[in-house]
Design a protein. Structure first.
Length: 238
């Protein structure tokens, strides 16, 4: 699956070239053949342990040099025009961070793909939508914007994206959306970060966010209701 993700990043239209950094979190031996195949084109960094997705992303960002940082999970892939769209959006003087639409595809042969897209917009009207997506929706941000917000919290395992998004808004960064589908997200039988087995942990971490950012959620009651709905829904399924 990692090779598929890398190919999608390397084969971008319009001659767009990007620095690609892969953080290997866990057993490095499992990626030996992929590392050999992409040697010289992709930089691989080992985390030295199991840091989770947030900690691994932080390590990859620190190992990179670009001023616009994009994130891609190893089991997903970018559309051929994704980097062109991000580059165009990043030229705006007020660009802080953005995300795009996604196509969800299943390994099951008879399952039709599903899409979720957004209109190209910017500003506070996007706050509720932001809390319903994750870094897998083509999340991209200025390096300085991420640094100001404090990067991902490596102690979180299920809501690290939401936690970062809240801190981005608290820091004054403003979101924008890109029109169209920029990422293909694969649903497969292997382990995923959204696995239902992690629901109990997700409830605990959502409650942690409510407490940690109590002032923020008081300022934005709609966002508070969203996370309270998530807690109630997941608790009912437990």
């Amino acid at each position: 699956m990692l090779a598929r993700a890398l190919e999608s990043a390397l084969r971008q239209e319009g001659g767009v070239r990007a620095e690609i950094v892969v953080a290997i979190d866990g057993c490095a031996d499992a990626y030996r053949s992929v590392r050999a195949r992409y040697a010289g084109r992709v930089r691989f960094v080992e985390t030295g342990g199991e840091f989770g997705s947030g900690g691994a992303r932080n390590i990859a960002v620190r190992a990179s040099h670009g001023q616009i940082i994009c994130f891609l999970d190893d089991d997903d892939e970018l559309s051929p025009t994704f980097l062109n769209a991000i580059n165009a959006a990043a030229r705006a003087r007020d660009f802080d961070f953005a995300w795009c639409g996604a196509e969800f595809v299943s390994d099951e042969a008879d399952a039709p793909p599903q899409t979720r897209t957004f209109e190209a917009r910017a500003g506070a009207m996007l706050y509720p939508a932001l809390m319903t997506v994750g870094a897998g929706f083509g999340f991209a941000a200025k390096r300085e914007t991420l640094a100001r917000a404090g990067m991902f919290d490596p102690t979180l395992r299920t809501v690290e994206d939401t936690d970062l998004f809240v801190r981005l808004l608290i820091s004054g960064a403003q979101p924008r959306t890109l029109s169209g589908v920029g990422v293909r997200i694969h649903a497969h039988k292997g382990p995923r970060l959204t696995d239902r087995s992690r629901d109990a942990l997700r409830v605990r971490e959502c409650r942690r966010l409510l407490s940690k950012y109590a002032d923020f959620y008081r300022r934005f009651p709609q966002l508070r209701r969203q996370i309270e709905w998530t807690i109630a829904t997941l608790s009912a399924k437990a």
